[in-house]
Design a binder for this molecule. Structure first.
Ligand code: HT7
Ligand code: ZN
Length: 874
């Protein structure tokens, strides 16, 4: 496959002013009539040559220019390109194509899901619908007429506002939609189905009335309220915080069962994976509710950051994704607990994005090349991209950042722009020079900060030396220092915050500072300190970097209970737990375990005055995935054993406290989604999980009761998970059977049922996972089902996946090969765990490599999997 380079970007030779689409939808296919009003791009230089349109899997029926059918000699149909020769400076081109949505298993372009037609056009799906200059810098106004059988497809939707509808012969009907905002083809959407409509309204800040609509299958009507409310909260928040008002008269959300990703921000017609939008108390966990709120907000926020101002090319993907993730994170923080949200984001970054940034597919936030753009919807583009925007926010402060975003939207409304344009707007509005900061977009790899300190008692000076290094990544070496905001606090021996007085400053210095690191080495001197302080480094995870500092266990225990920065309290607990677990790797079975860890956790469990949302997070031990990420030559079996030993040791020693904590959380309260109530449920299930882990009989009874009596899915699934992860085999089998029987008609809950098993080292050994694949509810065509079994096995059940006999790797390779033909995007995502082979000890890495080679040798490998496998074997 061909590699595409950023430096080869050229403006389009032709622009499309208007697109007139007519879809005739049938059971055996669809005919697409596409009339484009085209003109030469005045900004393009040289002879424009033939008009080139992109296509994929299309059957061309006819081509006409200004109403005249063109003879075959006037165009070349290469399949992936349609070239029309000798076109005038301005003309109308009509292309008719035939496609087969019913056979589209890739879920790109127009396809069928549970009997309805729907689309996914980002990044390059529109070319699977019709011939078109399918690149985001070609922005056009669309008019779309959808025709279908009225009984089977009473609801016909597309982007914009509905402008006409009517009856046709043979029981067919049509609806015409017009979108007044110029948009790139990737934002096009169409839906046709037998769907129920849920209605609501929103009054914008300027008093405009917006119709809000959700379209779902009849069996899901009771699961819409939460998303609808989340949508209204998002609309209000975007007005209040960013001054962004909604622009069309109607905003629609559709839920679809078969979907490659979470959701899609098509203009005025957002399409969601059912699992990311439908929820009821009985079927969705707290985590699901929170994910839905965040994704609804994310897609809605794209209306400005992505749709009104879009990307010039796909190298700029983080322009819309990084900014929008930052916006949705701010929103979630405002809706719930900011500290918990920051902990969750940092955990994802440090566990998975850092791993990506250190792996074979490492790429900058603005990549310089790609083979298959679908492979670049990554944690780096989304999450690191959001961190980059967060750093700009922190460097500029709230007011100037808002000024910068206002300028960006005003300056670029209706344009397709670059990350550089975004940074320039921030510079112009604030007067700050962000030239060095731009390296965050250009250099891949996670910067490593090495911190050393020294206290001079006689002078009362505390010196902090911070060195930075950006590691080599594929194709990039010798990197320059980046501009890093580093938030710092210093604590005295009583836990009191100390003033951070730099050199000659007055004694009223601040108790927290954001140091700006721009060189390979800095030395900061803090004066007027009468005792050696304990440093609180990188507060709030102020930059996506690794920090190396020789913390003692005493310091970590101290920070865990005294740091006023909630994030760093949690971080100290994580670092201590990591240290304790790592110290057991390779140690004798009876090696002593740090007793002070027990006391630290006991203090958390016993003090109800602490922020319980933070306590619930602090009680989660670092995951196996994170422990693997931290090692150089990981031995997953040893990591699993050590972590399990620490968990068992804590549970044994805290038995009474865990039981007391569990009992404190129970009581008859109405189900609420407040941070406090969420923390209560989390604490309850954590306590239960720990106690069942050590085979505690009274806890078994509590788990059975919690399972049976729960009035919400968080509690029920919490109990099920605790049982499944225990050695109470009969109770586990009974609970799993009961759960399936209860929810077998609900695909989303069945997905939870699959993943609880496939992700558990007790219930998810390979033979059992094979059985799940053979279960009647499993469906290879449904990405959610594939993720819930194969993805959960390889991503969560690390002990089984990394079975030293290599069976887990072979299994994954087999499933990737199987999926490669039907859905390459999903296959390419699933193969990721194997690509990290260099991180593991030789016995593992050799077998992982062999499994990858097996995938590499599959005949007719898709471009998606080809790119990932070849880059990781290089
Ligand atoms: N912008 C959306 C990306 C997306 C996507 C990309 C590739 C293949 C399928 C996809 N479905 C959705 C999602 C978002 O970030 O909002
Ligand atoms: Zn997005």
């Amino acid at each position: 496959p061909q590699t595409i380079y950023l430096e080869e970007y050229r403006v389009p030779q032709y622009l499309v002013e208007h697109v007139d689409l007519r879809f005739e939808l049938f059971e055996d296919g669809a005919r697409v009539h596409n009339t484009l009003t085209i003109q030469r791009n005045p900004a393009a230089d040289g002879n424009p040559g033939p008009l080139e349109l992109d296509g994929d899997s299309l059957r061309l029926e006819s081509v006409a220019l200004d109403g005249e059918q063109l003879p075959a000699s006037r165009y070349e149909d290469e399949g992936s390109k349609l070239r029309v020769k000798d076109v005038p400076a301005r003309f109308e081109l009509t292309v008719v194509t035939w496609i087969e949505p019913q056979n589209n298993t890739r879920l790109e372009g127009l396809y069928k899901s549970s009997g309805m037609f729907c689309t996914q056009c980002e990044a390059e799906g529109f070319r699977c619908i019709t011939y078109y200059p399918d690149r985001p810098d070609v922005m056009a106004r669309f008019r779309t007429r959808v025709e279908a059988d009225k009984a089977a497809y009473p609801v016909l939707l597309s982007n914009g506002n509905p402008v006409a509808q009517g009856e046709l012969d043979d029981g067919r009907h049509f609806v015409t939609w017009e979108d007044p905002f110029p948009k790139p083809s990737y934002l096009f959407a169409l839906v046709a189905g037998d769907l129920v409509e849920k209605k609501d309204r929103f009054t914008t800040c300027s008093g405009r009335e917006i119709d809000l609509r959700m379209y779902v299958e009849p069996r899901n009507v009771h699961k819409c309220d939460f998303a609808m409310d989340a949508l209204k909260r998002s609309m209000r928040w975007d007005e209040d915080v960013y001054g962004r008002e909604y622009d069309l008269d109607i905003f629609m959300i559709v839920a679809v069962d078969d979907f490659n990703m979470g959701a899609m921000e098509n203009k005025g017609l957002n399409i969601f994976n059912s699992s990311c939008v439908l929820a009821s108390q009985d079927t969705a966990t707290d985590a699901t509710f929170q994910r839905i709120e965040a994704i609804v907000a994310h897609e809605y926020f794209h209306n400005w950051s992505g749709n009104r101002v879009t990307c010039r090319d796909w190298f700029q993907l983080s322009l819309k994704e990084g900014f929008t993730v930052f916006r949705d994170a701010q929103f979630s923080a405002d809706m719930g607990s900011p500290t918990v949200k920051r902990i969750e984001d940092a955990t994802l970054l440090r566990t998975a994005q850092f791993a990506e940034d250190a792996g074979p597919m490492a790429h900058p936030v603005r990549p310089a090349s790609y083979m298959e753009i679908s492979n670049f919807y990554t944690l780096t583009i989304y999450e690191k991209g959001a961190e980059v925007v967060r750093m700009i926010h922190n460097l500029l402060g709230e007011t100037l950042f808002r000024k910068g975003s206002d300028l960006y939207f005003e300056r670029h409304d209706g344009q397709a722009v670059t990350t550089d344009d975004f940074v320039r707007a921030m510079e112009d509005a604030s007067g700050r020079d962000l030239s060095q900061f731009r390296l965050w977009y250009q250099q891949a790899g996670t910067p490593v900060l090495t911190v050393q300190d020294d206290y001079d008692q006689a002078e009362g000076i505390y010196r902090l030396t911070i060195r930075q290094a950006v590691p080599d990544t594929p194709g990039q070496t010798d990197k320059q220092p980046q501009h890093i905001p580093f938030a710092l606090g210093l604590l005295g021996s009583e836990g009191q915050p100390l003033p951070l007085r730099l050199q000659s400053e007055s004694p009223e210095a601040p108790q927290e500072r954001v140091l700006e690191l721009t060189r390979a080495e800095h030395c900061f001197e803090f004066h007027g300190l009468t005792e050696r302080p304990v440093p609180s480094l990188l507060r709030g995870f102020s930059a996506p970097v690794r920090v190396h500092y020789p913390w003692t266990r005493e310091q970590l225990l101290f920070l865990m209970s005294h740091d006023p920065d909630g994030f760093n309290r949690w971080d100290a607990g994580q670092r201590l737990a990591v240290d304790v677990i790592q110290s057991l790797l390779g140690a004798a079975d009876d090696a002593e375990i740090e007793p002070r860890l027990v006391e630290a956790y006991r203090a958390l469990l016993q003090d109800p005055s602490l922020d319980q949302a933070l306590v619930a997070k602090m009680l989660q031990l670092p995951s196996e995935a994170y422990l693997i990420e931290l090692s150089d030559s990981a031995d997953p079996a040893a990591i699993h054993r050590s972590r399990d030993r620490v968990l068992a040791y804590l549970a044994e020693n805290l038995r009474d406290d865990l039981m007391a904590c569990y009992r404190r959380q129970t009581g008859t309260v109405d189900y609420e989604l407040t941070p406090e109530a969420i923390a209560q449920r989390s604490l309850k299930s954590t306590a239960l999980g720990w106690l069942l882990h050590i085979g505690d009989e009274p806890a078994l009874e509590l788990a059975k009761a919690q399972y049976a009596e729960a009035d919400n899915m968080t509690d029920r699934l919490g109990a099920l998970r605790a049982l499944v992860n225990s050695d109470f085999q009969q109770a586990r089998t009974e609970a799993l059977a009961s759960f399936y029987q209860r929810y077998s008609e609900d695909p989303q809950v069945v997905e939870l049922w699959f993943s609880v098993q496939a992700g558990s080292d007790r219930a998810g050994q390979l033979p059992q996972v094979q059985q799940l694949l053979a279960h009647p509810a499993f469906d290879w065509k449904n990405p959610n089902k594939v993720r819930s079994v194969v993805g959960a096995f390889a991503g969560q059940n690390l002990a089984a996946f990394h079975n030293p006999d290599g069976s887990g790797y072979e299994f994954l390779a087999e499933q990737v090969c199987r999926l490669d033909d039907s859905n390459p995007q999903i296959a390419s995502r699933l193969v990721a765990p194997l690509t990290r082979w260099k991180k593991f000890a030789p016995n593992y890495s050799t077998q992982m490599r062999t499994a990858l080679e097996r995938v590499r040798d599959k005949p007719a490998l898709s471009r998606d999997v080809y790119e990932v496998v070849h880059k990781s074997l290089a």
